[in-house]
Design a binder for this molecule. Structure first.
Ligand SMILES: [Cu+2]
Length: 281
């Protein structure tokens, strides 16, 4: 009894605490974070498609489970019947259900994700022709280092703008990240764009996004990377193009004043690795 009352108190406190923490409804809490990217809706629609379709199958399973439990209830069927499920009819029913799940869920997920990949996500911006923002990301236990090329447009030079756990991006412009790690494997995850890429020591991985909504968001590490993995978060501020321009001018001026150009540990960046564009556009 004592345990039960403790449990009830605990649950009540938890629920009450959540309600008091902010006024977000439980339904809102279950929804993905706001999508601020141009392509994020593709991931969301795939997510909802899968979830709702599975829900439909779940309802069928429940109907079957409770329906048959009632239908073959011992009071109605005092004499039990044993089935081995090996008759042609039973094998056909099981195979048909399996095929239906495979065709309507698995094959659809594969088809839709392949189409999204081929039509959108593979369209890397053409860095030679398009005006893209390039950012280098260095993950480490347990922080995110960001590097912009600075006034000269060349990475790993004296005028680079370097920030710690503070990423600033503009809307309406394609952004290309080159990501690596100083120590162990991390994962650069911007939940609000539905995109992530692994940060691996000794290797540069890439990711591109285009944003459509300003505001303040969070970047997380999506790969268990040690004791303080949970703390490995960074601020993300998304500006209008004008505000971003102003921020960048300020940051570049500040960088020229405060950068200790003699400090070798400052130069953790690398020469930008130009990508071969496969863009169809
Ligand atoms: Cu990490």
């Amino acid at each position: 009894m004592r345990i039960l009352s403790l449990l009830a108190t605990y649950i009540a406190t938890a629920i009450f605490g959540i309600i008091h923490a902010d006024t977000m409804s439980l339904w809102d809490r279950m929804k993905p974070p706001v999508d601020i990217s141009v392509n994020g809706h593709l991931i969301d629609s795939l997510f909802y498609f899968t979830t709702y379709l599975i829900l439909v199958y779940f309802i069928f399973v429940c109907i079957g489970l409770f329906g048959f439990s009632y239908y073959y209830w011992s009071k109605k069927n005092p004499k039990p019947t044993y089935l081995h499920g090996t008759s042609k009819k039973h094998v056909a029913i099981v195979a048909a259900i399996g095929a239906a799940v495979f065709i309507t869920i698995d094959m659809q997920i594969t088809r839709i994700s392949n189409e999204d990949f081929a039509n959108e996500f593979i369209n890397w911006p053409n860095e030679a022709k398009e005006d893209v923002l390039k950012v280098q990301v260095m993950a480490q236990q347990w922080a995110w280092n960001f590097r912009y090329a600075g006034k000269d447009g060349v990475f790993n030079t004296e005028d680079d703008v370097v920030t710690l756990n503070d990423l600033h991006l503009p809307i309406g412009k394609k952004i290309v990240f080159q990501v690596t790690s100083k120590d162990v494997i991390h994962s650069f995850f911007i939940a609000n764009t539905r995109q992530k890429v692994d940060a691996m020591p000794g290797r540069v991985s890439r990711m591109w996004v285009e944003l459509k909504q300003g505001g303040k968001y969070e970047i997380a590490c999506a790969e268990i990377c040690g004791t303080y993995h949970y703390r490995m978060a960074s601020r993300l501020t998304v500006h209008s193009p004008e505000a971003f321009g102003e921020w960048m001018v300020d940051a570049e001026e500040r960088a020229l004043q405060v950068n200790d150009t003699e400090d070798p540990s400052r130069y953790w960046g690398w020469k930008w690795q130009n990508a071969i564009s496969v863009s169809k556009k």
